[in-house]
Ligand binder design. Structure first.
Ligand SMILES: [Zn+2]
Ligand SMILES: [Zn+2]
Length: 292
């Protein structure tokens, strides 16, 4: 399968010359079966706009799973042109309060916060609660597990097509489960299950351990924790994800270089790249030619 990195930034978009290499769109990752158009999207940050460019002019027909409902994970929804084309089908799954998916999403997506609500996005849009456990979506096996974050229920995902696999813990506060062996958070069962022997682990990399404890109130991870989790879970590679909005390209280059001797391969997620999973040497990284 292929994973298209359409938005890799955390918290708020980061435009400008200091963010050209790694990109400024917020979280959105599109998954496609080999030889097919993307049909499963994880999170709908502003990067969702880039998914339209992957569709070869076709309407999107698939599902979007939302890890949680913070702005940086939903702001792309009403700007998803691929989900407005004739013949679209967009099934959205989200952590709903009291099982009311539309009502929960409407808290942030409705007047006066935004001109329209979820049900006005198009006739082919549906909204359903996301629950924990394994499920099938768009021909992928998806494991959904709740993970600690801050300010609302949050899920992590493990997705496989039977050959390749990917784990996504975009916003993760493992200190919420205890200090853990290195003081950066617990290597708790949900995180270990999601990351178990995946080809690539996309993980919250908002901070460095040196920034702790001053930033822990924000509910994110240290990169050193992500390395520890990837190692313990047997992941083949770690992709640093959800970059802090003020972290420049030069700073990210330096961070990646500083972890060159880590026990697992450490990559910084870069907007506009495609990870091909389930092949020898996976993940194999290529660059999208349809940049916007
Ligand atoms: Zn976030
Ligand atoms: Zn969040």
């Amino acid at each position: 399968m292929r994973a298209f990195l359409c938005g890799v930034r955390g918290s708020t978009p980061a435009p400008g010359p200091d963010f050209v290499k790694y990109g400024g769109h917020t979280s959105s990752v599109a998954l496609a079966h080999d030889g097919e158009l993307p049909s499963l999207v994880i999170d709908a940050g502003t990067g969702l706009r880039r998914v339209t460019n992957l569709l070869d002019g076709a309407p999107f027909q698939g599902s979007i799973v939302l890890s949680h409902l913070h702005w940086d994970h939903v702001h792309g929804l009403p700007f998803f042109q691929g989900g407005a084309r004739q013949g679209h089908r967009v099934n959205v799954f989200l952590p709903a309060i009291n099982g009311d998916a539309v009502g929960t999403l409407s808290r942030g997506l409705s007047p006066p916060h935004f001109p329209i609500g979820p049900t006005e996005l198009g006739p082919g849009w549906t909204f359903d609660p996301l629950v924990e456990g394994p499920r099938e979506l768009e021909g992928f096996e998806v494991l959904v597990r709740e993970i600690p974050h801050k300010g609302g229920r949050t899920f992590g995902f493990r997705v496989t097509d039977g050959a390749g696999s990917l784990a996504y813990l975009g916003d993760h506060f493992p200190l919420g489960e205890g200090a853990g062996p290195d003081g950066l958070g617990a290597y708790h069962p949900a995180a270990l299950a999601l990351a178990h022997e995946v080809d690539v682990l996309l993980h919250d990399a908002q901070f460095l351990a040196a920034q702790f404890p001053g930033v822990t109130y924000l509910g994110h991870s240290a990169i050193e924790y992500a390395i520890g989790l990837a190692s313990r879970a047997g992941a083949k590679a770690l992709m640093l994800f959800h970059h802090a909005p003020d972290r420049t390209d030069d700073e990210l280059d330096a961070i990646v270089a500083s972890f060159a001797d880590a026990p697992i391969r450490v990559i910084a997620a870069t907007e506009g790249t495609v990870a091909t999973l389930g092949v020898p040497g996976s993940p194999v990284m290529t660059t999208l030619s349809t940049a916007t």
